[in-house]
Design a protein around this ligand. Structure first.
Ligand SMILES: Cc1ncc(C[n+]2csc(CCOP(=O)(O)OP(=O)(O)O)c2C)c(N)n1
Length: 329
Protein backbone atom coordinates (compact mmCIF):
# COMPACT_ATOMS: atom_id res chain seq x y z
CA UNK A 1 0.00 0.00 0.00
CA UNK A 2 1.35 3.40 -0.97
CA UNK A 3 2.61 5.41 2.00
CA UNK A 4 0.99 8.75 2.77
CA UNK A 5 3.20 11.81 2.35
CA UNK A 6 5.21 12.81 5.41
CA UNK A 7 3.22 16.03 5.62
CA UNK A 8 -0.10 14.18 5.63
CA UNK A 9 1.13 11.87 8.39
CA UNK A 10 2.27 14.82 10.50
CA UNK A 11 -0.96 16.71 9.81
CA UNK A 12 -3.08 13.77 10.95
CA UNK A 13 -1.17 13.50 14.21
CA UNK A 14 -1.21 17.28 14.75
CA UNK A 15 -4.97 17.45 14.26
CA UNK A 16 -5.54 14.67 16.80
CA UNK A 17 -3.19 16.32 19.30
CA UNK A 18 -5.01 19.65 18.92
CA UNK A 19 -8.37 17.99 19.59
CA UNK A 20 -7.04 16.09 22.61
CA UNK A 21 -5.40 19.20 24.08
CA UNK A 22 -8.60 21.22 23.63
CA UNK A 23 -10.79 18.53 25.21
CA UNK A 24 -8.33 17.90 28.05
CA UNK A 25 -8.39 21.60 28.85
CA UNK A 26 -12.17 21.55 29.04
CA UNK A 27 -12.04 18.51 31.34
CA UNK A 28 -9.61 20.20 33.69
CA UNK A 29 -11.40 23.57 33.96
CA UNK A 30 -15.00 22.38 33.82
CA UNK A 31 -15.28 21.76 37.58
CA UNK A 32 -14.63 25.51 38.14
CA UNK A 33 -18.22 26.01 36.89
CA UNK A 34 -17.26 29.05 34.83
CA UNK A 35 -18.32 27.28 31.67
CA UNK A 36 -22.10 27.21 31.77
CA UNK A 37 -22.63 25.09 28.69
CA UNK A 38 -22.95 21.31 28.74
CA UNK A 39 -19.98 19.65 27.00
CA UNK A 40 -19.98 16.36 25.09
CA UNK A 41 -16.33 15.43 24.86
CA UNK A 42 -14.75 13.77 21.86
CA UNK A 43 -11.78 12.24 23.69
CA UNK A 44 -10.96 8.85 22.14
CA UNK A 45 -12.62 9.54 18.78
CA UNK A 46 -9.96 11.91 17.38
CA UNK A 47 -8.92 9.70 14.45
CA UNK A 48 -12.40 9.97 12.93
CA UNK A 49 -12.45 13.76 12.65
CA UNK A 50 -8.77 14.01 11.69
CA UNK A 51 -8.92 11.30 9.02
CA UNK A 52 -12.09 12.58 7.37
CA UNK A 53 -11.34 16.33 7.50
CA UNK A 54 -7.82 15.87 6.11
CA UNK A 55 -9.55 15.06 2.81
CA UNK A 56 -11.69 18.18 2.76
CA UNK A 57 -11.07 21.53 1.17
CA UNK A 58 -11.83 24.69 3.12
CA UNK A 59 -14.97 25.31 1.01
CA UNK A 60 -16.32 21.80 1.65
CA UNK A 61 -19.00 21.94 4.33
CA UNK A 62 -19.42 19.92 7.48
CA UNK A 63 -22.44 19.46 9.73
CA UNK A 64 -22.10 18.01 13.19
CA UNK A 65 -23.85 17.10 16.40
CA UNK A 66 -23.70 17.75 20.13
CA UNK A 67 -20.27 15.99 20.04
CA UNK A 68 -18.83 18.53 17.64
CA UNK A 69 -15.55 19.97 18.94
CA UNK A 70 -13.29 17.45 17.20
CA UNK A 71 -14.91 17.96 13.80
CA UNK A 72 -14.59 21.73 14.04
CA UNK A 73 -10.96 21.67 15.13
CA UNK A 74 -10.00 19.19 12.39
CA UNK A 75 -11.81 21.28 9.76
CA UNK A 76 -9.83 24.35 10.81
CA UNK A 77 -12.38 26.36 12.80
CA UNK A 78 -11.08 29.40 14.67
CA UNK A 79 -9.92 27.90 17.97
CA UNK A 80 -10.19 31.23 19.81
CA UNK A 81 -13.80 31.67 18.77
CA UNK A 82 -14.88 28.18 19.79
CA UNK A 83 -13.11 28.46 23.16
CA UNK A 84 -14.87 31.79 23.77
CA UNK A 85 -18.17 30.20 22.79
CA UNK A 86 -17.76 27.64 25.56
CA UNK A 87 -17.60 30.52 28.04
CA UNK A 88 -20.59 32.30 26.49
CA UNK A 89 -18.47 35.34 25.60
CA UNK A 90 -19.04 37.91 22.86
CA UNK A 91 -15.88 36.73 21.07
CA UNK A 92 -17.45 33.31 20.64
CA UNK A 93 -18.31 31.93 17.23
CA UNK A 94 -22.00 32.69 17.87
CA UNK A 95 -21.22 35.64 20.16
CA UNK A 96 -21.83 33.45 23.18
CA UNK A 97 -25.40 32.59 22.29
CA UNK A 98 -24.89 28.99 21.16
CA UNK A 99 -22.60 27.27 23.64
CA UNK A 100 -20.81 23.99 23.01
CA UNK A 101 -23.54 22.33 20.96
CA UNK A 102 -24.11 25.19 18.53
CA UNK A 103 -20.79 26.07 16.99
CA UNK A 104 -20.81 27.80 13.60
CA UNK A 105 -17.70 28.92 11.70
CA UNK A 106 -18.73 29.37 8.10
CA UNK A 107 -15.32 30.73 7.04
CA UNK A 108 -13.86 27.25 7.58
CA UNK A 109 -16.88 25.41 6.19
CA UNK A 110 -18.17 24.51 9.65
CA UNK A 111 -21.79 25.24 8.86
CA UNK A 112 -23.48 24.32 12.07
CA UNK A 113 -24.11 21.69 14.66
CA UNK A 114 -27.37 20.54 16.12
CA UNK A 115 -28.31 18.92 19.38
CA UNK A 116 -31.34 17.29 17.77
CA UNK A 117 -30.13 13.73 17.38
CA UNK A 118 -30.10 12.95 13.64
CA UNK A 119 -30.39 16.63 12.74
CA UNK A 120 -27.04 16.83 10.98
CA UNK A 121 -28.09 14.13 8.50
CA UNK A 122 -30.69 16.04 6.43
CA UNK A 123 -28.75 19.30 6.87
CA UNK A 124 -25.73 17.77 5.15
CA UNK A 125 -27.90 16.43 2.35
CA UNK A 126 -29.70 19.76 1.96
CA UNK A 127 -26.38 21.57 1.61
CA UNK A 128 -25.28 18.94 -0.90
CA UNK A 129 -28.42 19.61 -2.93
CA UNK A 130 -27.55 23.33 -2.95
CA UNK A 131 -23.97 22.54 -4.00
CA UNK A 132 -25.23 20.37 -6.82
CA UNK A 133 -27.74 22.97 -8.02
CA UNK A 134 -24.95 25.58 -8.05
CA UNK A 135 -22.73 23.13 -9.97
CA UNK A 136 -20.10 23.48 -7.26
CA UNK A 137 -17.25 20.99 -7.07
CA UNK A 138 -17.43 20.98 -3.28
CA UNK A 139 -18.95 18.30 -1.11
CA UNK A 140 -20.75 18.24 2.20
CA UNK A 141 -20.25 15.92 5.15
CA UNK A 142 -22.73 14.89 7.84
CA UNK A 143 -21.21 13.55 11.04
CA UNK A 144 -23.51 11.68 13.40
CA UNK A 145 -23.55 8.87 15.95
CA UNK A 146 -24.95 5.35 16.10
CA UNK A 147 -27.90 6.71 18.08
CA UNK A 148 -28.73 9.13 15.28
CA UNK A 149 -28.63 6.22 12.84
CA UNK A 150 -31.70 4.89 14.67
CA UNK A 151 -33.75 7.93 13.67
CA UNK A 152 -36.07 7.51 10.70
CA UNK A 153 -34.59 10.60 9.11
CA UNK A 154 -31.50 8.58 8.18
CA UNK A 155 -33.50 6.30 5.87
CA UNK A 156 -35.39 9.23 4.34
CA UNK A 157 -32.19 11.15 3.72
CA UNK A 158 -30.32 8.16 2.32
CA UNK A 159 -33.11 7.56 -0.16
CA UNK A 160 -33.22 11.20 -1.27
CA UNK A 161 -29.43 11.52 -1.48
CA UNK A 162 -29.18 8.33 -3.56
CA UNK A 163 -32.06 9.37 -5.81
CA UNK A 164 -30.58 12.82 -6.52
CA UNK A 165 -26.95 11.62 -6.48
CA UNK A 166 -26.05 14.28 -3.95
CA UNK A 167 -22.41 15.11 -3.19
CA UNK A 168 -22.69 14.13 0.46
CA UNK A 169 -20.55 11.95 2.70
CA UNK A 170 -22.36 10.36 5.62
CA UNK A 171 -20.02 9.61 8.51
CA UNK A 172 -21.50 7.54 11.32
CA UNK A 173 -19.16 7.41 14.29
CA UNK A 174 -20.31 4.24 15.95
CA UNK A 175 -19.05 4.58 19.52
CA UNK A 176 -21.48 1.86 20.62
CA UNK A 177 -23.50 4.06 22.98
CA UNK A 178 -26.37 6.51 22.65
CA UNK A 179 -26.36 8.28 26.02
CA UNK A 180 -26.24 5.11 28.16
CA UNK A 181 -27.89 2.70 25.78
CA UNK A 182 -25.57 0.16 24.20
CA UNK A 183 -25.88 -0.60 20.51
CA UNK A 184 -26.23 -4.33 21.28
CA UNK A 185 -29.48 -3.58 23.12
CA UNK A 186 -30.83 -1.51 20.22
CA UNK A 187 -29.85 -3.06 16.92
CA UNK A 188 -31.06 -6.37 15.51
CA UNK A 189 -28.38 -6.25 12.82
CA UNK A 190 -24.74 -5.38 13.52
CA UNK A 191 -23.98 -3.25 10.49
CA UNK A 192 -25.08 0.37 10.22
CA UNK A 193 -23.28 0.65 6.86
CA UNK A 194 -25.64 -2.02 5.48
CA UNK A 195 -28.51 0.44 5.84
CA UNK A 196 -26.89 2.73 3.25
CA UNK A 197 -26.12 -0.21 0.97
CA UNK A 198 -29.82 -1.02 0.95
CA UNK A 199 -30.31 2.28 -0.90
CA UNK A 200 -27.53 1.49 -3.37
CA UNK A 201 -25.06 3.81 -1.63
CA UNK A 202 -21.50 2.49 -1.43
CA UNK A 203 -20.64 2.02 2.23
CA UNK A 204 -17.92 0.60 4.36
CA UNK A 205 -17.17 -0.03 8.00
CA UNK A 206 -13.69 0.95 9.11
CA UNK A 207 -11.55 1.10 12.24
CA UNK A 208 -12.28 4.59 13.58
CA UNK A 209 -9.30 4.49 15.94
CA UNK A 210 -6.76 4.19 13.14
CA UNK A 211 -6.18 7.64 11.62
CA UNK A 212 -4.70 6.28 8.41
CA UNK A 213 -7.47 3.75 7.87
CA UNK A 214 -10.01 6.55 8.27
CA UNK A 215 -7.98 8.83 6.01
CA UNK A 216 -7.81 6.24 3.22
CA UNK A 217 -11.49 5.36 3.49
CA UNK A 218 -12.48 9.03 3.41
CA UNK A 219 -10.12 9.72 0.53
CA UNK A 220 -11.81 6.99 -1.51
CA UNK A 221 -15.23 8.28 -0.49
CA UNK A 222 -14.42 11.91 -1.35
CA UNK A 223 -13.01 10.92 -4.75
CA UNK A 224 -16.17 8.94 -5.49
CA UNK A 225 -18.37 11.90 -4.56
CA UNK A 226 -16.27 14.55 -6.32
CA UNK A 227 -16.41 12.47 -9.51
CA UNK A 228 -20.18 13.03 -9.53
CA UNK A 229 -21.17 9.53 -8.41
CA UNK A 230 -23.40 10.63 -5.56
CA UNK A 231 -23.30 9.85 -1.85
CA UNK A 232 -21.00 7.59 0.15
CA UNK A 233 -21.36 6.21 3.67
CA UNK A 234 -18.67 5.48 6.24
CA UNK A 235 -19.30 3.70 9.53
CA UNK A 236 -16.32 4.28 11.81
CA UNK A 237 -15.98 2.03 14.84
CA UNK A 238 -14.65 3.98 17.80
CA UNK A 239 -15.25 4.70 21.49
CA UNK A 240 -15.64 7.76 23.70
CA UNK A 241 -13.59 7.80 26.86
CA UNK A 242 -15.76 10.21 28.82
CA UNK A 243 -19.37 9.94 29.83
CA UNK A 244 -22.12 11.03 27.47
CA UNK A 245 -21.91 14.58 28.81
CA UNK A 246 -19.29 16.25 31.00
CA UNK A 247 -15.72 15.46 31.89
CA UNK A 248 -16.31 12.38 34.06
CA UNK A 249 -16.19 8.79 32.92
CA UNK A 250 -19.45 6.97 33.47
CA UNK A 251 -18.47 3.41 34.31
CA UNK A 252 -18.58 4.50 38.00
CA UNK A 253 -22.33 4.96 37.59
CA UNK A 254 -22.72 1.54 36.04
CA UNK A 255 -23.38 2.93 32.57
CA UNK A 256 -20.82 0.67 30.90
CA UNK A 257 -18.22 -1.88 31.94
CA UNK A 258 -14.84 -0.49 33.01
CA UNK A 259 -13.06 -3.41 31.33
CA UNK A 260 -14.56 -2.33 28.00
CA UNK A 261 -13.30 1.24 28.45
CA UNK A 262 -9.86 -0.06 29.48
CA UNK A 263 -9.63 -2.17 26.31
CA UNK A 264 -10.43 0.81 24.11
CA UNK A 265 -8.06 3.10 26.00
CA UNK A 266 -5.28 0.66 25.16
CA UNK A 267 -6.12 1.51 21.54
CA UNK A 268 -5.71 5.27 21.97
CA UNK A 269 -5.79 6.66 18.42
CA UNK A 270 -3.04 9.16 19.19
CA UNK A 271 -0.66 6.73 20.88
CA UNK A 272 -1.23 4.16 18.14
CA UNK A 273 -0.45 6.62 15.39
CA UNK A 274 2.48 8.29 17.16
CA UNK A 275 4.05 4.86 17.69
CA UNK A 276 3.57 4.01 14.03
CA UNK A 277 5.15 7.26 12.89
CA UNK A 278 8.05 6.72 15.29
CA UNK A 279 8.58 3.17 13.94
CA UNK A 280 8.64 4.59 10.40
CA UNK A 281 11.14 7.25 11.41
CA UNK A 282 8.70 10.05 10.57
CA UNK A 283 8.89 11.52 14.11
CA UNK A 284 11.26 11.19 17.06
CA UNK A 285 10.30 11.33 20.74
CA UNK A 286 11.58 14.93 20.81
CA UNK A 287 9.51 15.72 17.71
CA UNK A 288 6.41 14.28 19.33
CA UNK A 289 7.02 16.28 22.51
CA UNK A 290 7.36 19.44 20.40
CA UNK A 291 4.08 18.70 18.64
CA UNK A 292 2.31 18.20 21.98
CA UNK A 293 3.75 21.47 23.27
CA UNK A 294 2.60 23.30 20.14
CA UNK A 295 -0.93 21.92 20.61
CA UNK A 296 -0.94 23.05 24.26
CA UNK A 297 0.31 26.50 23.26
CA UNK A 298 -2.53 26.88 20.73
CA UNK A 299 -5.02 25.95 23.43
CA UNK A 300 -3.37 28.39 25.89
CA UNK A 301 -3.78 31.19 23.36
CA UNK A 302 -7.40 30.24 22.71
CA UNK A 303 -8.15 30.26 26.45
CA UNK A 304 -6.44 33.64 26.96
CA UNK A 305 -8.56 35.04 24.16
CA UNK A 306 -11.74 33.47 25.54
CA UNK A 307 -11.25 34.67 29.09
CA UNK A 308 -10.36 38.20 27.95
CA UNK A 309 -13.50 38.40 25.84
CA UNK A 310 -16.38 40.30 27.49
CA UNK A 311 -19.60 38.62 28.49
CA UNK A 312 -22.66 39.82 26.57
CA UNK A 313 -24.76 42.45 28.30
CA UNK A 314 -28.55 42.63 28.59
CA UNK A 315 -28.53 44.86 25.49
CA UNK A 316 -27.26 41.85 23.49
CA UNK A 317 -30.19 39.65 24.46
CA UNK A 318 -32.29 40.33 21.39
CA UNK A 319 -29.57 40.94 18.80
CA UNK A 320 -28.88 38.22 16.22
CA UNK A 321 -32.05 36.43 17.19
CA UNK A 322 -34.20 37.55 14.28
CA UNK A 323 -33.06 38.75 10.88
CA UNK A 324 -33.87 42.40 10.38
CA UNK A 325 -35.97 43.34 7.35
CA UNK A 326 -33.68 43.75 4.34
CA UNK A 327 -30.70 42.10 6.07
CA UNK A 328 -29.10 39.36 4.00
CA UNK A 329 -28.92 35.82 5.37
C1 LIG B 1 -34.33 13.83 18.61
C2 LIG B 1 -33.62 13.69 19.93
N1 LIG B 1 -33.86 12.62 20.70
C3 LIG B 1 -33.20 12.46 21.87
C4 LIG B 1 -32.29 13.39 22.29
C5 LIG B 1 -31.51 13.19 23.60
N2 LIG B 1 -30.14 12.76 23.27
C6 LIG B 1 -29.12 13.65 23.21
S1 LIG B 1 -27.70 12.93 22.74
C7 LIG B 1 -28.40 11.41 22.63
C8 LIG B 1 -27.61 10.20 22.23
C9 LIG B 1 -26.96 10.34 20.91
O1 LIG B 1 -26.18 9.21 20.63
P1 LIG B 1 -25.34 9.11 19.32
O2 LIG B 1 -26.12 9.62 18.17
O3 LIG B 1 -24.82 7.72 19.22
O4 LIG B 1 -24.15 10.16 19.54
P2 LIG B 1 -22.98 10.12 20.62
O5 LIG B 1 -23.50 10.83 21.84
O6 LIG B 1 -22.63 8.70 20.87
O7 LIG B 1 -21.86 10.88 19.98
C10 LIG B 1 -29.76 11.47 22.95
C11 LIG B 1 -30.67 10.32 22.95
C12 LIG B 1 -32.08 14.51 21.45
N3 LIG B 1 -31.18 15.46 21.78
N4 LIG B 1 -32.71 14.63 20.27
Amino acid sequence: MEQLSTQTQIDLLAAMLAIRAFENRISSVYPQQEMKTPVHLYTGQEACAAGVCANLEREDMIFSTHRNHGHYIAKGADLNAIAAELYGRTGGCTKGKGGSMHFVDTASGCMGTTAIVGGSIPLGAGAALALKMRKSSNISVSFFGDGAADEGVLQETLNFAALKKLPVLFVCENNFYATNSCVRARHAHGSIAARAQAFGIPAETADGNDAETVYRAARKAAAHIRAGNGPYFLELLTYRWKGHVGPDCDYEKGCRPKAELDEWMKRCPIELYAARLAARGVISQAGLDEMKKAAEARVDRAWSYALASPAPGPEDLLTDVYRAAGESA
